[in-house]
Design a protein around this ligand. Structure first.
Ligand SMILES: Nc1ncnc2c1ncn2[C@@H]1O[C@H](COP(=O)(O)OP(=O)(O)OP(=O)(O)O)[C@@H](O)[C@H]1O
Ligand SMILES: C[C@@](O)(CCO)CC(=O)[O-]
Length: 442
């Protein structure tokens, strides 16, 4: 089993697509992918993506291997792709026509593209069962998180990645993370079209990053924010799903129609991100009561949201949440991710009264919004091998089977069966660039 986190963008979404900086942090909501081999000689490949009701099988021998291994098309595990090959995407079309709807088709395409690139025609049959605790299309990087899981699982299966282990050389860890991230970016392209790569980068490495990519033919500039503070954040979902690709193309249209004005808004977002980065990296940074750093960061968050509104990627429901929170006077709010619905984040002021929060909670619930309890800055991609958990009932480890995994209910059910915060019940291992490996899951 592999797992990767979702993310929040603290500042810089959309501008990051045009080479500006963005700061993003991993959250504790995650996707979990269980890989179960079929007994030989089965040549079946099955996707069971429970959150979107995708249950589909193909015969491995009937996949378009010829197209994917034709001269000039074959790619290797160490390659980094900047774009998808339209001919190969076309070769996948007949395999997804029976799958209903764009959401399911995008997920299946992403899987098949990676399977055909990373695997080979002798790859063994297996079932890929996915459950995620990240709401879909809510700006929390659900697609990137599954792309990272698929990339890691397929590369482990093909033998091009080793399991992370205590004492793994930092260069080796970095190289493996790079390969996971490179192929996850390919999976993201299948879903999004033109992603910047910030979501898959933070879902791979975890914690928090300052991300910039001004030249799409070169790797992005990624700075790991090792001292990313524990920010007091409130995360609220409008429960209005939308497609990231559409929001990105809305900004592209605005840029075409109002080039100078849009460019200056994107430049201002870049300045916001740079200043936020300086604040976060200030050696005297304090997230405690009344800290001037939090106030300044809060103001930057509010300004960033205002620009996103002007870029046309907010939504009446996001504005309603902001209005309720502003009215309660408890913090600074912005949309996070692509917008158009999805989630908002609020950086909380100090000394917010319990009763004010409770009152706000009631109002948010009454209007159909959902509040999430999540922590930021957690682990990136990890692996649980073998996929077992300690059973109190049996007094020993038991295998996490497909049906067991599919049966558990909701976020709590998934987290208590397979979650990375397992208090020793499960031995998740992470490729980590900044701390030595431990088995505790944090
Ligand atoms: N749990 C899941 N199971 C299967 N497919 C998923 C899952 N989560 C996301 N996807 C795939 O990712 C797509 C959603 O991606 P989209 O980029 O629109 O939203 P997001 O990743 O949640 O938001 P953002 O990119 O703004 O953070 C879905 O259409 C689906 O194809
Ligand atoms: C809107 C966007 O900037 C962030 C989506 O999480 C798109 C991207 O960076 O690919």
């Amino acid at each position: 089993m592999v797992s990767a986190p979702g993310k929040v963008i603290v500042c810089g979404e959309h501008a990051v697509v045009y080479g500006k900086g963005a700061i993003a942090a991993a959250i504790s909501l995650r996707s979990y992918l269980l890989v179960t081999p079929y007994p030989k000689p089965s040549r079946k490949l099955t996707l069971r993506f429970a959150d979107i009701d995708l249950d589909h099988s193909w015969d491995i021998d009937a996949l378009p291997w010829d197209a994917f291994s034709a001269p000039g098309k074959k790619r290797y595990y160490f390659d980094a792709l900047e774009r998808l090959d339209p001919q190969l995407m076309k070769a996948l079309k007949p395999l997804i026509t029976n799958i209903p709807g764009k959401v399911l088709q995008a997920a299946a395409t992403s899987f098949l593209y990676l399977f055909l690139m990373i695997g080979n025609k002798y790859s063994p049959g297996a079932t890929y069962t996915l459950r995620s605790t990240i709401p879909i299309g809510a700006g929390l990087g659900s697609s990137a998180s599954i792309a990272v899981c698929l990339s890691a699982a397929l590369q482990i299966q093909s033998g091009t990645l080793t399991m992370p282990f205590r004492g793994m050389m930092p260069q080796e860890t970095q190289l493996q993370l790079k390969r996971i991230n490179n192929w996850a970016f390919v999976g993201e392209m299948c879903i999004h079209g033109n992603p910047s790569g910030v979501d898959n980068t933070v879902a791979t490495g975890g914690k928090a990053v300052l991300f910039k990519r001004d030249d799409y033919s070169a790797p992005p500039d990624v700075t790991h924010l090792k001292d990313f503070p524990e920010l007091p954040l409130l995360l609220v979902n409008t429960r209005h799903p939308r497609r990231t690709a559409e929001q990105v193309s809305n900004v592209r249209n605005l840029l075409t129609n109002h080039e100078d004005i849009t460019n200056s808004m994107l430049d201002t977002i870049d300045k916001i991100t740079n200043e936020a980065n300086d604040i976060i990296n200030d050696p005297d940074f304090s997230s405690h009561a009344g800290s001037p750093h939090i106030v300044r960061l809060g103001e930057l968050i509010r300004i960033n949201h205002g620009i996103l509104v002007s870029l046309g990627v907010s939504h009446p429901k996001l504005e309603r949440i902001r209005e309720l929170i502003d009215h309660a006077g408890i913090g600074w709010t912005k949309l996070t991710g692509a917008g158009g619905g999805g989630c908002s984040i609020t950086l909380l002021k100090h000394n917010v009264k319990e009763e004010t929060l409770k009152d706000l909670d009631d109002k948010l619930t009454a209007e159909g919004f959902e509040k999430y309890n999540t922590t930021v800055g957690g682990a990136g991609v990890g692996v649980l091998w073998p996929a077992v958990t300690f059973s109190e009932e049996h007094g020993h480890d038991i295998e996490i089977g497909q049906e067991m995994f599919l049966k558990v209910e909701g976020v709590q059910g998934v987290e208590s069966l397979v979650g990375v915060d397992s208090h020793g019940k499960r031995k998740w291992r992470f490729w980590r660039e900044w701390v030595s490996e431990d088995n505790g899951g944090r």
